[in-house]
Design a protein around this ligand. Structure first.
Ligand code: NAD
Ligand code: ADE
Length: 414
């Protein structure tokens, strides 16, 4: 039986889902195909994703493909209780905003109790539980799809150690995923989350972005567009040069700590902003995280060592008074600020990411002999999603003529 906060919230969740669906032409077109082909008929899918309206539409799409769907969140603060309630009208849902770690872990195991044939993971919690607690379920599993960079990092570590026991499709590294979701999606939604939590101006501020990968680039680009001065911190020399050539200042976090008004981490790494940095920061500095786990900013240390805490503007912002008398504010408990303090990525972005999820899940059902490894999304799916996106946007592109194709495949003469 579903575990959600309050079933009476369903109408609000339903309204959010209907709004999002209107702007999800790719999922709409896949729904028409799924209604006809029923690629998931007779199969059970366990899902661990951020429970908000776009995700809920993906879950309903999987049902239209014939699947029995069991859903949990992938972060205790990203679940929207009204959406969870709406989804629970038609499927098994275990997700409550702000739930304890014990409940979060219990919910992950609850969806696995459905004995899934397929999984969709965001960050690797389903895969982790299957390998560490429910190995008995692995023989039935066809495979799964992973949504985010951090989940892929974990899967690749498992693959290297020969620990991974079923195929996982790397949705994150499809071009139509990370080019748009990680860069433009995070770029917009992180600022949406920060703005909702603070109601402060970005123009004229000094923003420190930790990590200049796909997400960091988007966050820095949009900060610049909003009129901020941007400092980037990196560990990769090539990414650091890219940031310099994109017009940003590059330095270490030690050097940036006293300069920033707002700090945003997007590294997928741990201990990026630590006690030595807190002590150097300006009074009132704002700290937010866009990376998957809440390990980038050492919030645990602040919780233990702050001389006092003060409430922020919203219930997910807290000020920590330090021994030097200054206060630093952490947004959204150091969890993904765009999802804990906002609605996640814009609808059109998740339409593309979830189109890849849906088509990759269907792909797994037709290719049941994949090895227990991390597999790239087939190029045909990436291309198909790009074509559907352009078609839905009314954009045409040129097509190579035979002479052009011949020219591009020739050598020696022009
Ligand atoms: P990426 O690998 O493209 O970029 C990460 C960058 O951080 C790299 O350039 C790396 O060199 C740098 N880095 C690593 N450790 C560092 C450190 N200690 N200090 C400074 N820089 C460091 O990854 P990405 O796709 O940008 O994803 C980053 C994180 O964001 C991951 O945890 C991912 O799962 C998450 N993510 C979040 C959202 C969201 O909605 N908030 C969306 C997509 C991805
Ligand atoms: N909404 C649902 N899943 C999301 C994700 N992985 N990133 C951003 N927004 C989302």
């Amino acid at each position: 039986m579903s575990e959600v906060l309050d079933r009476s919230l369903a109408p609000s969740g339903e309204r959010k889902m209907a709004w999002a669906w209107r702007y999800m032409p790719l999922l709409q077109s896949i729904a028409a195909d799924f209604d006809r082909d029923r690629p998931l008929a007779g199969l059970t899918v366990a899902v661990s994703l951020h429970i908000e309206a776009k995700t809920a539409n993906l879950c309903r799409l999987l049902q239209r493909g014939g699947a029995e769907v069991h859903v949990t969140g992938c972060n205790p603060l990203s679940t929207q209780d009204d959406v969870a309630a709406a989804l629970a009208e038609g499927m098994d849902v275990h997700a409550i905003h702000g739930c304890s770690k014990a409940d979060y872990d219990r919910f992950v195991l609850a969806v696995l109790d459905s004995k899934p044939d397929l999984i969709i993971d965001d960050g690797g919690d389903l895969v982790g539980a299957l390998h560490l607690q429910r190995q008995d379920l692995i023989p039935k599993l066809i495979g799964g799809c992973e949504e985010t960079t951090t989940g892929i990092v974990r899967l690749l570590a498992m693959e290297r150690e020969k620990a991974l026991r079923f195929p996982m499709i790397d949705v994150n590294d499809a071009q139509c995923k990370h080019f748009f979701d990680n860069r433009y999606g995070t770029g917009q939604s992180v600022w949406d989350g920060v703005n909702r939590a603070t109601n402060l101006i970005v123009a004229g501020k000094t923003i420190v972005v930790a990590g200049y990968g796909w997400c960091g680039r988007g966050i820095a680009m949009r900060a610049k567009g909003l009129g901020a001065r941007v400092i980037v911190t990196e560990i990769d020399p090539v990414k650091a040069i890219e940031a310099v050539m994109d017009g940003f200042d590059v330095m270490t976090m030690d050097e940036a700590a006293p300069l920033g008004d707002v700090f945003i981490t997007a590294t997928g790494c741990r201990d990026v902003i630590t006690p030595k940095h807190f002590g150097e920061m300006r009074d009132g500095a704002l700290l937010a995280n866009g990376g998957h786990f809440n390990v980038e900013i050492d919030v645990e240390w602040l919780e233990k060592n702050a001389s006092a805490t003060i409430p922020g503007r919203t219930d997910v912002t807290k000020g920590y008074v330090l021994a030097n008398g200054k206060t630093v504010f952490v947004l959204a408990d150091g969890r993904l600020v765009n999802l804990a303090s906002g609605d996640g990525h814009p609808v059109e972005i998740m339409d593309m990411s979830f189109a890849i999820q849906a088509l990759s899940t269907a792909h797994l059902t037709k290719h049941r002999d994949l090895s227990p490894a991390v597999h790239a999304v087939p190029q045909e799916i990436d291309t198909e999603v790009a074509k559907r996106w352009l078609n839905a946007s009314g954009k045409n592109i040129d097509v190579l003529t035979d002479a052009q194709k011949k020219y591009l495949n020739s050598w020696g003469t022009l």
